[in-house]
Design a protein around this ligand. Structure first.
Ligand SMILES: [Cu+2]
Length: 613
């Protein structure tokens, strides 16, 4: 026993010695770029370079990242998508959830250990929809013990959607009463490794490890290589049983790691095709390249095949096999978690509120940022941290106890597809159905045995699609004390308030992560946001006076202004009818026919005398 213990201590020491600290000094600023070759614009770059770099670390390494905001007039922030940041909740990144927004001129220091996670993750701004302007990149955590599969070369491949305008300008015409249907902005293009028309030169009979990330804002992508299948080995940072597919369907924020075995023959080159999911777009401009062609090149002396017609979504997508991510089972063979201790049920709708703007709502509430970041409320509220009310009435916050099993039931009462992401966890997807009937959304029913026929080994990931008018049930263990955002990753919808917040084990959080780094407090001071108090910024934690709330609901029936408008309109109508009567009917009704006839004779006589001259 003593020998084993000594060995354990030795191993721990070795790990500590081997673990590295990676220090980054990132200056976030605007950089001119032309990602799609059609339009030059400002993109958000790092140290004057766009696109931003790929971060690569080993498990148990420490990351110290100094992020300086040089964007001029805009705030910023940085989230590490898929990382549990266990023990480092304050470094997760989303503004007003775990930290203050970083104002221009300020530097925020992220300092965390990546823990024992390995796989493919990414980082992006968590301020509004700013990552659509380019602040996004891939984050890879490798296992220092080696990779479980042999491969010859590794390649990182991102797909995404691209806009010619900056997101803050797009927002002005999106969240306005002049867009009453809430139609989402349609991208101008798709990107492939942050550019287009990519040629990827490969060698025959080699195995490539391809890490694929959709770093886009909005539509999912279909992705395939002609005449090649790939083997999926990891989804969202979770190793899965190898699964061969001919194509992928990847929502924004999801990741797939695949092995690609190249052919023996070098007589031919092949198309790599990525297709924007047209069904997610409100309208399709005639010049939008739904279908984009890139090339897998075996032989540069052989001509590349022509690009596919950019508009021919139907032909391309109808030829693809069905893609169901439910079949990708974790390699760890993690069984279904036990029955939940707590069920959070949210019904999601899109509705217009009293300001004429269309919002996204969970149970009638559109997430509205509190006046104090929720983590700071959890840390400063003492015994009241379990009182949901201290987090505000409009933040969709749920408090959960440590080590409990939690189900989130999400009923989608909207005809759109939405990829939902939970920070701080990967979750089991235990039930998911869709409904083709827009008038009758299908809600989860715990008494319906088909809906509760949960898989023995559910899919595990951190971003999952809920189908139109359908539902989703996810399950996870509350083993990561912290404040975690759960939101739609279509950032247009996040801007409309499609989010909720989990305050997980605030008692343990107060004991183990009570100290807010001084640098984070300095950033709050710089942006004039308190780091103590409830959602309203009050030190009396049960007094929510002054909290941020959503716009009022559209009133039912007529308001006073409505009645005044009706009366005024009525008066104008009566005046109009009276005018017609006065100037029209009244004149005609007089018997002045003799006068009219004599006037006509006079005109004719004048005409005759002129003509006879
Ligand atoms: Cu959404």
């Amino acid at each position: 026993m003593q020998i084993l213990y000594t060995l354990y201590i030795l191993l721990s020491l070795i790990t500590t010695v081997v673990a590295k600290t990676h220090t980054f000094h990132w200056n976030v600023s605007w950089v001119m770029a032309n990602p799609d070759g059609l339009h030059e614009r400002r993109m958000v770059g790092i140290n004057n370079v766009w696109p931003p770099p790929t971060i690569r670390v080993n498990a148990n390494d420490r990351v110290v990242l100094h992020l300086t905001n040089s964007l001029g007039e805009f705030n910023t922030s940085l989230h590490f998508h898929g990382l549990f940041v266990k023990g480092f909740n304050a470094h997760d990144g989303p503004e007003m959830v775990t930290q203050c927004p970083i104002p221009p001129g300020a530097t925020f220091i992220h300092d965390f250990n990546v823990g024992d996670q390995t796989g493919t993750f990414w980082y992006h701004s968590h301020t509004g929809s700013q990552y659509g302007d380019g602040l996004r990149g891939v984050f890879i955590i490798e296992d220092p013990q080696g990779f479980p599969y042999d491969y010859d070369e590794e390649v990182v491949l991102t797909v995404g959607d691209h806009y010619h305008k900056e997101t803050q300008d797009i927002m002005k015409s999106f969240k306005t009463r002049f867009n009453p249907t809430g139609a989402e902005p349609v991208p101008q293009n798709s990107l492939f490794n942050e550019t287009r028309n990519v040629t990827w030169s490969i060698e025959p009979e080699k195995t490539y490890l391809v890490r694929i990330v959709n770093t886009g804002l909005f539509p999912s992508h279909y992705l395939y290589i002609e005449d090649h299948s790939v083997t999926i080995i990891e989804i969202d940072g979770i190793a899965v049983e190898p699964f061969e597919v001919d194509s992928l369907y990847i929502t924004v924020a999801q990741r797939y790691v695949v092995l690609l075995k190249t052919k023996k023959s070098i007589n031919k080159n092949y198309r790599i095709v990525n297709v924007l999911d047209r069904d997610m777009l409100d309208y399709v401009p005639s010049d939008l390249h739904l279908v984009s062609t890139n090339w897998l090149v075996y032989n540069e002396y052989v001509p590349k095949p022509d690009p596919l017609p950019y508009f021919d979504f139907d032909t391309v997508v109808n030829a693809l096999p069905e893609f169901d991510d439910d079949q990708f089972k974790p390699k760890s063979k993690q069984p279904l978690l036990p029955d939940p201790d707590m069920v959070i049920q949210v019904n999601f709708t899109m509705d217009m509120l009293g300001d004429g703007i269309t919002y996204a709502l969970f149970n009638g509430k559109s997430y509205t940022q509190p006046k104090v970041p929720t983590l700071y409320t959890a840390l400063s509220s003492g015994n009241l941290s379990f009182h949901q009310s201290v987090y505000g009435s409009n933040t969709n916050t749920f408090v959960i106890h440590g080590d409990e099993v939690i189900d989130i039931v999400l009923n989608n009462h909207d005809p759109g597809k939405h990829p939902f992401h939970l920070h701080g966890h990967a979750f089991q997807v235990i039930s998911r159905f869709n409904s083709d009937d827009e008038d009758n959304p299908l809600d989860f029913d715990p008494n319906n045995s088909t809906m509760t026929d949960y898989p023995e080994f559910p899919m595990v990931r951190d971003t999952v699609l809920v189908d139109p008018n359908g539902f989703l049930v996810i399950r996870f263990k509350a083993d990561n004390p912290g404040v975690w955002f759960f939101h739609c990753h279509l950032d247009w919808h996040l801007e409309q308030g499609l989010a909720l917040v989990l305050v997980e084990a605030p008692d343990i959080l107060q004991k183990t992560q009570s100290k807010i780094p001084q640098n984070h407090i300095d950033v709050c001071d710089a942006v004039n946001i308190p780091h103590l108090g409830n959602a309203a910024g009050n030190r009396d934690f049960l007094d929510l006076h002054g909290e941020n709330v959503q716009a009022d609901w559209l009133p039912m029936g007529f308001t006073t202004r409505g009645y005044v408008a009706i009366v005024v309109c009525g008066l104008f109508a009566i005046y109009g009818i009276w005018s017609i009567y006065k100037y029209g009917i009244e004149d005609v009704s007089k018997d002045n026919s003799a006068a009219v006839i004599s006037k006509l004779y006079k005109i004719l006589e004048e005409y005759d005398s002129t003509a006879n001259r």
